[in-house]
Design a protein around this ligand. Sequence first.
Ligand SMILES: Nc1nc2c(ncn2[C@@H]2O[C@H](COP(=O)(O)OP(=O)(O)O)[C@@H](O)[C@H]2O)c(=O)[nH]1
Ligand SMILES: [Mg+2]
Length: 247
Amino acid sequence: MTVLVMIPTYNERDNVEWIVGRVRAAQPDAHVLIVDDSSPDGTGELADALASADQNVHVLHRAGKEGLGRAYIDAMRWGVAHGYDVLVELDADGSHQPEQLGRLLEKSEPSDGSAPVDLVLGSRWVPGGAVENWPARRRLISRAGSAYARVALRLNVRDVTGGYRAFRASALAKLDLGTVHSHGYAFQVDMLHRAVCAGLTVAEVPITFVERERGKSKMSLGIVAEAMLRVTWWGVSRRGERNTRRA
Ligand SMILES: Nc1nc2c(ncn2[C@@H]2O[C@H](COP(=O)(O)OP(=O)(O)O)[C@@H](O)[C@H]2O)c(=O)[nH]1
Ligand SMILES: [Mg+2]
């Protein structure tokens, strides 16, 4: 099984070397793809230096900041084109601990011979999962957002917006990536919703999410609003489709 860990970066100068080093130590066979949106702080140049020192590290430079969704779609296309079996999403800021990646990969390609899971979600909100250093306000936004999307889209999943995930490349081929237009948390909900509608298998494994210590979060009111609006729209149109079928 070949694994590509995709790490999107925007102004992560203080984190990129640290996180890549942790991924390489935790999963020495995995490759890393840093997807940088021309960060003004020089993250892209640092990434290039890491790639020239390590043949398992690659960099995709994008022309400008277009949001997490676009960066991941480009990374996924790159990973599929290069023939990796499993594509992992991981934040650059240390919130997703590379040392826990084995928990996800064990479901993507189980060592006991059971069926591989198409989409494995690192989950903060299942037993054993946790969040460290989050103010009560952020915890509430995240839980409420997950609860809303669960109900609106009828998703039987606890952590709907999490960004620590492992996709089997063969499953991604069924998701029509060319029509994904969502960016922030909405991107994560969108991909999960598409996976469920396409009949892919989905599993959650507990992770401990650690809030970043260095650099700034790119979360904004706009990102939360995008997620709310898109989820509402998807929920309404799904219900409409169901009613049309019934009529
Ligand atoms: N390439 C790229 N990466 C981004 C963009 N926005 C956020 N990221 C990265 O996505 C990851 C998660 O973003 P973060 O700001 O930590 O969001 P939060 O964890 O929700 O607060 C980090 O690695 C960011 O550098 C973007 O527009 N382009
Ligand atoms: Mg973060």
